[in-house]
Design a protein around this ligand. Structure first.
Ligand code: SF4
Ligand code: MG
Length: 327
């Protein structure tokens, strides 16, 4: 059947003074209504660029889509007019960010900002729009919403501001919500509360939810499926259960080892050694090979193809099957 959102073989390039950086090299994923897809990877892996391209907010130039397609309920977004994309933003798809302060205007009250969208795009009266703003703050569990709707963003704590941004993103009832590192700036307890809230809203509204994060631990409780990105490619794609049980790619394995564990206080976290590649000079063969503890000689020359590891599960590693059988 038709997916809510389907990204297929997406290629994006950035033209820089030093050359052309291939920031997306054939990214494919999909999300259905009522489902949570987590997109994992370090910064520079292309996870935010993919989201910005879906939303139609990628800076052009220097970014240019050079191939592939994005379909929303079957509609080809890359062929849609700017007006159509603007219409879809908010109404059909919305995005929230790590930094709520950059999304909220400091000089207007939170309530005014939510109400303004409803007045402009739904033609609601000021009174009805404000009433709806209070309802939305209630839905994202901001206590005392009637009062808080009159306050300014700086009067909110970090977690409450994140909730206010979520409320604003839901004002026009989108069916797809993309959350880009929504909890990265928050402490662990608040992180979990925001994840619970997003999960609940996804369920109640039947929305598709894309959670972008560098932290596999944060999405463990909520993700249905996971795609792992590295150097502008998908290196593993799996249902969440199978991936947590046994990663199918050495990079995923590294991400798993760097999840802080509550039962091991004072532990030294294993992080993946080295840095993600410069996209102007991606290593030949497997792009992960300079950092990969399982690398063998062929990894430096042969680009790994996708290996099928089970129903809907793929890995771009020469030794994916061996990993699965040997652990
Ligand atoms: Fe590591 Fe080689 Fe697999 Fe790449 S193909 S992830 S370098 S083992
Ligand atoms: Mg990012």
């Amino acid at each position: 059947g038709e997916h809510l959102l389907e990204v297929e073989d997406l290629h994006v390039e950035f033209r820089t003074r030093d050359g052309v950086a291939k920031v997306l090299n054939g990214v494919s994923y999909h999300v259905d209504a009522g489902e949570t897809l987590a997109v994992l990877g370090e910064s520079g892996s292309g996870k935010s660029v993919t989201a910005q391209t879906i939303m139609g907010i990628l800076d052009i130039p220097p970014g240019a889509v050079t191939g592939g397609s994005i379909r929303y309920r079957g509609e080809d977004l890359l062929a849609a007019s700017d007006n159509r994309r603007r219409e879809l933003r908010g109404e059909s798809m919305a995005m929230i960010f790590q930094d709520a302060l950059s999304a909220l205007n400091p000089v207007y009250t939170v309530g005014f900002q939510i109400a303004e969208q409803l007045r402009l795009r739904r033609g609601m009266s000021r009174k009805d729009a404000t009433k709806k703003a209070v309802e939305l703050l209630d839905q994202v569990k901001i206590p005392n919403a009637k009062q808080r709707v009159k306050e300014f963003p700086h009067q909110f704590s970090g977690g409450m501001r994140q909730r206010a941004m979520i409320a604003m993103s839901l004002a026009l009832d989108p069916d797809l919500l993309i959350a880009d590192e929504p909890t990265t700036a928050l402490d662990v307890t608040v992180q979990a509360q925001i994840m619970d809230l997003l999960d609940e809203l996804r369920r109640e509204r039947g929305m598709g939810l894309i959670l972008i994060t560098h932290d596999l631990g944060v999405v463990a409780e909520v993700a249905d499926r996971i795609v792992v990105m590295y150097a502008g490619r998908i290196v593993e794609s799996s249902d969440a259960y199978s991936l947590y049980k046994q990663p199918g790619h050495p990079y995923t394995e590294g991400l798993m080892r760097s999840i802080p564990r509550l039962d091991l206080k004072g532990q030294e976290l294993e992080t993946i050694k080295g840095l993600p590649p410069n996209l102007l000079a991606v290593p030949p063969g497997c792009p992960f090979h300079p950092r990969c503890p399982r690398a063998e000689e062929r990894c430096g020359t042969e680009v790994p193809e996708y290996h099928q590891l089970g129903l809907g599960r793929i890995s771009a590693c020469h030794f994916a099957e061996e990993m699965m059988s040997r652990g």
